[in-house]
Design a protein around this ligand. Structure first.
Ligand SMILES: C[S@@+](CC[C@H](N)C(=O)[O-])C[C@H]1O[C@@H](n2cnc3c(N)ncnc32)[C@H](O)[C@@H]1O
Length: 544
């Protein structure tokens, strides 16, 4: 977004736009050069544009390479979410059930004596304490919807004390009209509380707007001790959504948010991230986007009934012998149709069947390898092996069989990890955290399965070496991806694991190659000894 038509250095009329970001103008090259020492800190390959269909959004102003850091921002507001467990309103650390310090003013739980006396909490404490209708603070552990109110109050307080912060809140998309029309219970509860139950109260229209802005723009993060938080950032909320994302958002322990290119991005392409989970089916993605963000996603994945060839949301057609899938050809709400025989099925019924299968999978307390194989066979009969139900079953089996090292378990886990990787390559491609972790896990099981087969004489030395090479390739990529995680975050644990495993696999591959070379030398020595006079055979060199 070019913020002004005047020179960034001298303020005169300017016609030369910065080629790096397109966001600032200069009157000539000399002034552009002079201004660089200031501008280099804000020259990002991004600009904001506006459209009637997509609102404001960010696009790349030049070609961007995957992995590149595009934005790094600290939040101007942090608070608990509507599903936070007991959390301290002063430091945002967890409040332990056996060590609750209720604030003497508002009676909301804090984590320690120091936090009770802190001035950080003072202003909202007075407001919370004025709650005459006795909505009251959360009392026990577990997700607590009352925490939804805290960030709303904090945002409302900006109006009086921080004009810059307040203008940021005011500038955010909020869908106030739709929210007033829909009267979603949590939204209405926040509006009632802030406009009727506290002193000083806030105008209802203002609370609708602020709560709407929070719901539409907050990014959920995790604090250093795993607590769930949500934050408002200055410019990151201008990133639009796509189920085919090209950037990733990762936060560190201080809620600093890093936006990176997950894949190579061409100049002019919108920068988009996934507001949902990549492994949600189309009906869930669309209903969340409609209910929370008030739009229908028309990305390449959503517009393709096969979801990029994965059949992620569509079951196999049980009646058709032609290998068809029952797809949301006219949209997820209309009757779904078989791609081959055109037979129609009611959308609600198909969704119910898939959700029941998932509930059944998630209910299982224990799964042994034999049962796991049977379960996967059953779901592969009904669904494609990149379907949502398949992915839920695969994830569950991988969790249950972790640490079980028999052949059945290892072979199945290896296949399932590869299946999950295939899905992520399509839906969350490039340098994304989940791919990084999955590559690590796939490498570990690849090596374990190969070693077990080798020990049982089912695998040749060269095949064992191949498995090592394959695992090393996966670990190399995993280390690269996880190395991009914010430095002060709990994710460094995964990076360390991937690095240590990579070194172990590399050492073991070297030892394997040396052993094979030695064996070759010994065999050749015997061959040469038994064939005197014949030209001597030498071992192949350069292999170790
Ligand atoms: C976090 S804001 C993104 C910035 C927003 N476009 C703006 O103008 O401020 C989320 C809102 O942007 C719009 N939006 C995001 N992604 C979209 C998409 N793929 N298609 C249409 N609208 C989208 C929706 O109105 C959504 O509620």
């Amino acid at each position: 977004m070019v913020t002004s038509d005047v020179c960034g250095e001298c303020g005169a009329a300017a016609g030369l736009t910065c080629g790096g970001c397109g966001n600032i103008k200069y009157c000539d090259k000399d002034h552009q050069r002079r201004h660089w020492k200031i501008h280099k800190n804000e020259c990002r390959p991004i600009k904001e544009i506006d459209s009637t269909q997509f609102g404001r959004y960010m696009v790349a102003t030049r070609d961007i390479e995957r992995g590149q850091l595009l934005m790094k921002e600290s939040p101007y507001l942090v608070g608990p979410t509507a599903t936070s467990d007991l959390i301290c309103l002063t430091c945002h650390g967890p409040v332990l059930d056996n060590n609750i310090h209720f604030c003497p003013g508002c009676k909301w739980p804090l984590c320690c004596k120091e936090c009770v006396g802190s001035s950080t909490h003072a202003e909202e404490c007075t407001i919370l304490a004025s709650d005459k209708k006795g909505i009251g603070p959360p009392k026990g552990p577990g997700a607590n919807p009352r925490y939804d109110l805290i960030l709303v109050i904090r945002a409302l307080l900006l109006r009086e004390k921080d004009s810059k912060g307040w203008s940021m809140v005011e500038s955010l998309a909020n869908h106030t009209e739709q929210r007033m029309r829909d009267k979603e219970p949590h939204h209405m509860a926040a509006v009632r509380f802030c406009s009727e139950m506290i002193e000083p109260s806030f105008e209802a229209d203002l609370v609708h707007k602020v709560h709407g802005a929070i719901i539409t723009n907050c990014i959920n993060t995790h604090g250093a001790r795993g607590e769930t938080l949500r934050c408002l950032y200055p410019t990151i909320p201008r990133l639009n959504h796509s189920c085919q994302p090209n950037v990733t958002l990762r936060s560190d322990d201080d809620n600093v948010l890093f936006v990176r290119a997950a894949v190579d991005i061409k100049k002019g392409e919108p920068l988009v991230f996934n507001y949902n989970s990549a492994l949600d089916p189309v009906w869930q993605r669309q209903s969340e986007l409609e209910n929370i963000y008030y739009f229908t996603c028309v990305c390449g994945r959503c517009s393709d009934p096969t979801e990029m060839g994965t059949h992620f949301s569509s079951p196999r057609c049980p009646d058709c012998k032609k290998g068809g899938y029952i797809e949301p050809i006219d949209g997820p709400d209309k009757p779904w149709k078989c791609s081959k025989c055109s037979k129609e099925r009611d959308a609600t019924e198909l969704i119910r069947e898939a959700e029941e299968a998932v509930a059944d999978i998630e209910e299982k307390k224990e799964i042994n390898p034999k049962y796991a194989q049977k379960m996967m066979d059953k779901y592969t009969d009904l669904y494609h092996s990149t379907h949502y139900v398949w992915s839920k079953a695969a994830t569950s089996v991988l969790r249950h069989l972790r640490g079980i090292s028999g052949r059945g378990s290892l072979t199945l886990r290896r296949d399932l990890q590869q299946g999950i990787l295939k899905l992520l390559d399509i839906f969350e491609p490039g340098y994304t955290r989940r791919r990084g972790v999955t590559l690590y896990e796939a490498a570990v099981v690849e090596i374990s399965a190969a070693r077990s087969d080798h020990a049982a004489k089912r695998l040749l030395n060269v095949e064992l070496m191949d498995a090592h090479e394959k695992a090393l390739e996966m670990l190399d990529e995993s280390v690269t991806i996880l190395g991009l995680e914010p430095p002060h975050s709990t994710e460094v644990v995964w990076l360390e694991r991937a690095r240590v495993t990579r070194k172990t696999v590399e050492d073991s591959l070297t030892a394997l190659k040396n052993k094979m070379n030695l064996e070759k030398e010994q065999i050749m020595a015997i061959v040469n000894k038994n064939n005197p006079g014949v030209v001597k055979i030498k071992p192949v060199t350069g292999e170790s």
